[in-house]
Every structure is written in structure tokens, then in C-alpha cells.
Design a protein around this ligand. Structure first.
Ligand SMILES: *[C@@H]1O[C@H](CO)[C@@H](O)[C@H](O)[C@H]1NC(C)=O
Ligand SMILES: *[C@@H]1O[C@H](CO)[C@@H](O)[C@H](O)[C@H]1NC(C)=O
Ligand SMILES: *[C@@H]1O[C@H](CO)[C@@H](O)[C@H](O)[C@H]1NC(C)=O
Length: 358
């Protein structure tokens, strides 16, 4: 009698425990399911979580497999949107691992050992929802082919990319950010042909490559152009005619001398921020009236003459501040051969100047 009773009690206990844990799962899952994920998908997702990874129950579309010394990519659960694989030892981007993961939005593969040969045929193309692809600090030698048309941000900095396969960007109508800094691109790699298709590009970063001239074929939508740390010596006179929206232009650490800068080349009304630090300029270039930030530090400039650098006629400026006053607010001139003080006509010209470093 006693034994039956106690076994009945223990059965009750275990049933209670089961019920409680079920309730507990439900209360955990409840808000998530309510938000954006059907229960069946939620369970399939959690059950398919690879043992090497972390799949937070309250954020079931994210899968964290970063910093695990992984040599290969585990099988990714079917309903993953955000996948973190950075800081591993992955060499191959295998189609098999992604077979069921057709929903990916965000894929972070930074700091791995993926080579161009390791990107299996078509693996990226099947990710038809992918918006962000990060492959910084890998061993790629060319821009990966068959990228999905959904892509908006593509980061490929610090690889060993020397070639951009012809037509690789065709169809990427949504790509707005392309980061190729710290690669091995030479002039003949960045051309109208290789960049064809980037019809909505906003930011392109080609810093720290091996360019000796300004890249050709950039789309007219380009707003931010970063070219620091190349070996560019001159800029063609009408270069920015083809870039009517360029606003942020960085050319720090190049080989630009004043003879390589045609008189009106930077007199482009869209430019807001112009950075020309660490070059070989001997004169302040002509700037547009709307420019707000100008970096000219660490050049070989000897003198700054107001009547030469002021984008409007100094005589025309009186005490009133209206739209015609040059917009310059920040100016760096340190590391040149200029002896202070800054001439009075420079100060008179740039009324809105808040900070000047000399
Ligand atoms: C894909 O999903 C099916 C069914 O859920 C499963 O049997 C299979 O192992 C999965 N494959 C991969 C590569 O994850
Ligand atoms: C700079 O460009 C503006 C507008 O295009 C023009 O009016 C101005 O004359 C140019 N400045 C010089 C010094 O050529
Ligand atoms: C702005 O001020 C300048 C003189 O500083 C003057 O020549 C010009 O007509 C003024 N413009 C407007 C729109 O008030």
C-alpha cells in the first residue's frame, strides 16, 4: 500500500514537473511567437541549433557561432536571419551548411580564412534575402561571384583582392555600401566595366589599395568616396562632373601635389567634407562655398592668402551673415610650413569657422 502510494506520488511529481517546464517554455516562447514566429518554426529552429552555437530562445532568428575556433561551418538552422560566424578558422563557405538556411538577412564571416576558391559555386546566390554580407579579414583574392540581388551592404576589407570579375555587380540594384579597403586593387581593376551594375551605390571605400589614379566608372549616385592611402598623384579636371552627389571625399595619404590639382576640380557644390591630409600640396586648393570641413594638415603649404582661398569675393562680405557666406566650420592646416597668425582676410571670409588647427 505504502509503495503504491509513493509511486503514485512520484508520478504526480514528475507530471507536475513536466507541466511546469512546458508552461515555462510557453511563457518564454509566448511573446516571441506572438511577435514574428509561428510555434512550429520556433521549435524547428531551436531544435536545429548546432551544438557549437548559441541560439537565444528570446531571439530565435539569431545564431551565434563566433569565437569558437570552428574550422568549418555547422549546419545552419532553417529560420535563421542573423548569423554570426566571425573570428573562427573557417576556410570554406560550403553550400551544404546553408542548404536549409534560405532566410538569411545578415551574415558575418569577418576574421576567418576563406579563400576565393573556398566560396562554393552558387552558395551566396541562394541567399535570396541577404542584406548584409561581411567578409572582412579573410583571404579572398577576388570579389565573390553570384551575389544575391537583395544585398545592400558588402564589406570585403583587408582581404587580398586584386580582381573584380566582369559583371560581378550586375543586378545588385540595392547595393549602397561597398567596402574594399585594404586590398590589392590596381588601376586596371577598378573600371567602368568592373563596376557596372552598381546603380544605387552611396558609399565606396577603396582606401589602402594600390591605385595611382582616380578610379573610373563610379556611379553618379556616389556620395561618399574614400581613397586614403593610395598613390594617387593627380585628379583629372572634370573628374567630379560624373559624380554630382559626392559629399564626403577622402584622399588622405596620397601623392597629390598642387600641380596635380586643376584649379576648379574641387569647386563642386555638393562637397561638404574634403580631406587631403598627408599629401604634397603647396597651395590651398579652391573650395566650394558650401564646404564645411577641410583637412589640409601635413602638406607643404607655405602661405594662406584670403583672396585666393575664399570661395566668394572677400570684398563682397559685410557684417551680415546670410546664405552667401562660405560654410566652412572646421579647418586643419597643422603640419605645414605656415607661420601663424592666420591672415585676417581668411578669418573674414570664413565667418562660420568654429575650429582651426594650425
Ligand atoms: C535540412 O532540414 C531537414 C528537415 O528538417 C533535415 O533532415 C536536414 O538534415 C537539414 N539539412 C541540413 C543541411 O541542415
Ligand atoms: C566655383 O563654382 C561656382 C559655381 O559653380 C562658380 O560660380 C564660381 O565662379 C567658381 N569659382 C571659381 C573661382 O571659378
Ligand atoms: C548676402 O550678403 C552679401 C554681402 O555680404 C550681399 O551682397 C548679398 O546680396 C546678400 N544676399 C542675400 C540673399 O541677402
Amino acid at each position: 500500500m505504502q509503495t503504491t502510494h509513493s509511486s503514485w506520488r512520484s508520478r504526480l511529481h514528475s507530471e507536475m514537473a513536466l507541466l511546469l517546464s512546458l508552461l515555462c517554455i510557453l511563457c518564454l516562447v509566448g511573446p516571441v511567437i506572438g511577435q514574428d514566429m509561428p510555434y512550429e518554426e520556433y521549435m524547428a529552429q531551436i531544435q536545429a541549433c548546432p551544438k557549437e552555437c548559441r541560439c537565444p530562445p528570446n531571439f530565435p532568428r539569431a545564431v551565434y557561432c563566433d569565437n569558437k575556433d570552428l574550422k568549418s561551418i555547422p549546419k545552419i538552422p532553417p529560420h535563421t536571419w542573423y548569423l554570426y560566424l566571425q573570428n573562427n578558422l573557417i576556410e570554406v563557405l560550403s553550400a551544404d551548411a546553408f542548404r536549409n538556411a534560405t532566410q538569411l538577412r545578415w551574415l558575418n564571416l569577418n576574421r576567418n580564412k576563406i579563400t576565393s576558391e573556398g566560396v562554393e559555386e552558387g552558395v551566396l546566390g541562394t541567399m535570396s534575402h541577404l542584406v548584409h554580407l561581411y567578409m572582412d579579414d579573410n583571404l579572398l583574392s577576388s570579389v565573390p561571384s553570384s551575389l544575391p540581388a537583395s544585398l545592400e551592404h558588402l564589406r570585403l576589407s583587408r582581404n587580398r583582392i586584386s580582381t573584380i570579375p566582369t559583371g560581378v555587380f550586375i543586378g545588385l540594384e540595392k547595393l549602397s555600401l561597398l567596402d574594399l579597403q585594404g586590398n590589392k586593387l590596381m588601376d586596371d581593376a577598378v573600371t567602368e566595366v568592373s563596376l557596372k551594375g552598381l546603380n544605387n551605390l552611396v558609399q565606396i571605400n577603396l582606401a589602402k589599395n594600390q591605385l595611382t589614379s582616380m578610379p573610373l566608372g563610379l556611379p553618379p549616385t556616389t556620395t561618399q568616396l574614400f581613397l586614403d592611402g593610395n598613390s594617387i598623384e593627380k585628379i583629372p579636371a572634370s573628374y567630379f562632373k560624373g559624380l554630382p552627389k559626392v559629399a564626403f571625399l577622402r584622399l588622405n595619404h596620397n601623392k597629390l601635389g598642387s600641380s596635380g590639382i586643376p584649379k576648379n576640380v574641387f569647386n563642386v557644390s555638393s562637397i561638404l567634407d574634403l580631406q587631403l591630409s598627408h599629401n604634397q600640396l603647396t597651395e590651398v586648393p579652391l573650395i566650394p562655398s558650401g564646404l564645411e570641413h577641410l583637412h589640409l594638415d601635413h602638406n607643404k603649404i607655405k602661405r594662406v592668402i584670403g583672396s585666393n582661398v575664399c570661395p566668394v569675393s572677400v570684398d563682397a562680405i559685410d557684417d551680415s551673415i546670410n546664405e552667401s557666406v562660405p560654410r566652412l566650420r572646421y579647418l586643419r592646416l597643422d603640419g605645414n610650413e605656415i607661420k601663424p597668425p592666420i591672415p585676417r582676410d581668411v578669418i573674414l571670409c570664413f565667418r562660420l569657422l568654429r575650429s582651426i588647427v594650425i
